[in-house]
Design a protein around this ligand. Structure first.
Ligand SMILES: *[C@@H]1O[C@H](CO)[C@@H](O)[C@H](O)[C@H]1NC(C)=O
Ligand SMILES: *[C@@H]1O[C@H](CO)[C@@H](O)[C@H](O)[C@H]1NC(C)=O
Ligand SMILES: *[C@@H]1O[C@H](CO)[C@@H](O)[C@H](O)[C@H]1NC(C)=O
Ligand SMILES: *[C@@H]1O[C@H](CO)[C@@H](O)[C@H](O)[C@H]1NC(C)=O
Ligand SMILES: *[C@@H]1O[C@H](CO)[C@@H](O)[C@H](O)[C@H]1NC(C)=O
Ligand SMILES: *[C@@H]1O[C@H](CO)[C@@H](O)[C@H](O)[C@H]1NC(C)=O
Ligand SMILES: *[C@@H]1O[C@H](CO)[C@@H](O)[C@H](O)[C@H]1NC(C)=O
Ligand SMILES: *[C@@H]1O[C@H](CO)[C@@H](O)[C@H](O)[C@H]1NC(C)=O
Ligand SMILES: [Zn+2]
Length: 630
């Protein structure tokens, strides 16, 4: 999902920024030319305060049982419009849903209980089957843990044996939320032109929003991102409504009786629970079909928004961006269908559910001649972000929420490339400095910031997981990837991420998996894992000072609190241009970039490259070799 608001707040730190001719796209640092500076030398090592030690990871599901697939039937009892015979201001609205599900799982380690997630559901009628013999296994107890683990513990008389296949059936009922969580009700108004005098009528639709931990409020499930499974969904909904889900409806959809119909959906690819989604809206909720040669793309919105032509821009640009990604990633979009829907209410700006992307209306609807340029740019960026997730996040997913930046940083970074391709006149790459670089700088200059890859012990409860969806994961994540792409070169980087998508398709990753494949794609001049470590496993960023008289260069952890001390150091790729003569040449070179790679932190990486590139090895605070600038 995209961050809640992309606009950067006023950021007023008075720097005199000396861009030594061309810092050619390097994001990592601000080169500060401090004339009357007094804090050039590194201060004493800090005490890095790690807050109270985290609790042991008891919030995670055991790995003894691994889900393979789910069969789910859901029946939301909501009405989408007011019925004449019932009270007009309070329609006969029922905010309950009922359903049942069967999860098929394989046992990887002998055990006598099933742990899965369930929250706010009334669960009953458990049935466990040994699929290899077809025999039922007696359930001895069902227990809802009352803590934030949200565990549903099911004990059986008998034993799950490693290698065996089993299924668990549960019936359940829950409530449709009025607060935009899990399965929720969204309201809007519509002009009824058929009434004698036109009337404004209230309408309702049901939608889901499950990231990160709300799938457990919809059906009992193994609600962790690496517990990927295939989903087969059937929705029972009112006759006058249409249901959409991750995949397209299958032919065995039919009318049940005078009130209800059943829509059955094709099986999804194996995916994380948080990507599961469906919506139920009135039959008159229209769409525009703007497909590519291989993917049917439909963009849905309220009838009035559609009639006014507000959906056209989004529909057109989606196809263009999807084709760009397929080409750029060297990997086709996984499914044949992609639906997008503008919802009157949604808590994030948009959500990348696989095959059914949901948007706030403001993030999708565009009115030619009325909406601002900035609004158009927002729409394009949000669409590009969500489409990038169809690969980064949906195909290749982080193992755990502590590395959500692998989803969000990539989606944000890739959206710049896609928007630049689809709408070059936006010059979006220029804006990234304000939109993401400075947003990241702003958040990351606090001692309370967190590393991109936070140790998983600190990310256990739903609250801690939600806390990871911040400017660090989105903006710093994107900027650190941009730095790496610039450092290894776009070509190596792109080859690396193509391999990453190919190798880990349908699987879960940690950051090390990414570094390894970019390393392979690069001519391996240095260790990428080592280089990236200082950027992704510690908080903050450095400010670099260059004394242009002596050439002495320093780095220091940039913090708003100038009395705070820190000894954190970074490995910094560094490019500069001088007006001096190149060594071994008498020619005066003016404005010709002379690249130098300055490695801080320690001396492991010490190599001299071609003449125009030099490595400097800096120990703790001062470079041993000074830069011969000017
Ligand atoms: C509609 O329902 C509300 C709340 O139940 C009630 O206060 C109101 O009197 C009802 N109006 C009519 C016209 O029945
Ligand atoms: C309204 O609800 C009542 C009680 O739940 C039910 O008897 C009645 O049939 C409902 N009316 C409609 C139009 O569904
Ligand atoms: C599951 O729910 C559906 C729809 O309500 C129902 O028809 C079916 O009988 C239920 N399955 C079981 C095993 O109870
Ligand atoms: C369980 O299912 C998997 C694949 O679905 C299959 O490979 C395996 O042989 C099954 N185990 C048994 C004991 O039948
Ligand atoms: C329609 O509106 C007109 C003018 O406001 C009013 O006189 C008339 O009674 C209305 N008709 C109905 C059926 O509400
Ligand atoms: C920069 O280096 C020169 C020469 O070593 C020194 O005289 C000067 O004080 C330095 N400037 C600052 C601001 O430290
Ligand atoms: C700044 O850092 C110092 C030293 O760590 C600390 O004592 C002080 O409370 C901090 N000030 C603020 C405003 O956080
Ligand atoms: C390089 O630039 C500096 C600062 O503008 C100037 O003082 C110096 O003379 C220049 N050196 C050469 C070789 O042009
Ligand atoms: Zn996102």
């Amino acid at each position: 999902m995209p961050k809640k608001s992309g606009l950067s707040k006023g950021f007023a730190v008075a720097f005199v920024v000396l861009t030594i001719c061309a810092i050619a796209g390097m994001i990592s640092m601000m080169v500060v030319y401090e004339i009357q500076t007094n804090g050039l030398n590194m201060t004493a090592p800090p005490i890095i305060t790690t807050s109270t030690p985290p609790p042991p990871p008891v919030m995670r599901l055991p790995r003894s049982l691994i889900p393979e697939s789910y069969d789910i039937i859901l029946q939301p009892h909501l009405y989408t419009s007011i019925k004449e015979e019932v009270n007009v201001t309070t329609p006969n609205q029922t905010l309950t849903f009922t359903g049942n599900s069967t999860v098929h799982f394989q046992c990887h380690q002998d055990t006598t209980y099933i742990f899965l997630h369930s929250l706010g559901l009334n669960v009953f009628a458990p049935r466990v089957i040994d699929k290899d013999t077809g025999n039922p296994i007696k359930v001895s107890s069902v227990k809802h843990h009352k803590d934030v683990s949200h565990f549903l513990e099911i004990n059986v008389d008998g034993r799950f044996k490693a290698g065996g296949n089993y299924s668990l059936f549960l019936a359940f009922e829950g409530e449709i939320s009025e607060y935009l969580q899990a399965l929720y009700v969204s309201t809007y108004t519509e002009t009824n032109k058929e009434a004698v005098n036109e009337t404004i009528e209230e309408r309702f639709l049901a939608a889901t929003n499950l990231e990160p931990t709300s799938a457990r409020r919809l059906f009992p499930c193994f609600d962790e991102p690496d517990m990927k499974a295939a989903f087969r969904l059937k929705v029972i909904h009112r006759r006058e409504t249409t249901a959409l889900s991750n995949t397209r409806p299958s032919p065995d959809s039919y009318v049940l009786d005078k009130d209800w119909k059943l829509t059955s959906f094709f099986e999804t690819p194996k995916m994380s629970t948080y990507l599961f989604a469906f919506t139920i809206s009135q039959d008159n909720f229209p769409y525009i079909d703007f497909s590519t040669s291989s993917v049917n793309i439909k963009t849905y919105a309220r009838p009035e928004a559609m009639e006014a032509g507000h959906v056209e821009y989004a529909a057109k640009i989606t196809a263009k961006i999807l084709e760009f990604y397929e080409e750029h990633f060297g990997l086709k979009y996984e499914m044949n269908d992609l639906d997008q829907i503008a919802l009157p209410d949604l808590e994030p700006l948009a959500m990348e559910n696989w095959g059914l992307i949901t948007y706030q209306e403001g993030a999708l609807l565009y009115e030619e001649g009325v909406s601002s340029w900035l609004h158009k740019e927002l729409i394009t960026s949000v669409i590009a972000h969500e489409l990038a997730h169809q690969w980064f996040g949906n195909q290749v997913t982080m193992k755990w929420w502590n590395e959500i930046w692998l989803n969000e940083g990539f989606a944000t970074y890739m959206s710049y490339l896609a928007v630049d391709h689809a709408e070059p006149s936006f010059q979006i790459k220029e804006k990234l400095i304000m939109d993401d670089l400075h947003t990241a700088f702003e958040e990351d200059a606090l001692l309370t910031s967190h590393p991109l890859s936070t140790p998983s012990e600190y990310v256990q409860t739903p609250g801690e997981i939600l806390g990871m969806f911040d400017a660090i994961s989105y903006s710093k994540g994107a900027m650190v990837l941009r730095m790496l792409a610039n450092y290894v070169g776009e070509e190596s980087f792109n080859n690396g991420i193509r391999e990453y998508l190919r190798v880990y398709q349908g699987r879960n990753v940690e950051q090390g998996d990414l570094w390894e494949l970019i390393q392979n794609a690069d001519s391996a001049r240095f260790s990428i894992a080592h280089f990236m470590k200082s950027w992704t496993t510690q908080i903050g960023y450095p400010v670099i000072t260059i004394n242009t008289t002596s050439g002495e260069t320093y780095q220091k952890h940039f913090l708003y609190n100038s009395s705070a001390v820190s000894s954190l150091l970074w490995e910094i790729p560094f490019e500069y241009t001088t007006n001096i003569t190149l060594p071994g040449s008498n020619k005066l070179v003016i404005n010709t970039p002379e690249h130098a790679s300055v490695f801080y932190h320690n001396c492991k990486v010490k190599q001299h490259q071609q003449r125009s590139q030099r490595s400097y090895c800096c120990t703790s605070s001062i470079c041993e070799e000074s830069l011969d600038l000017f």
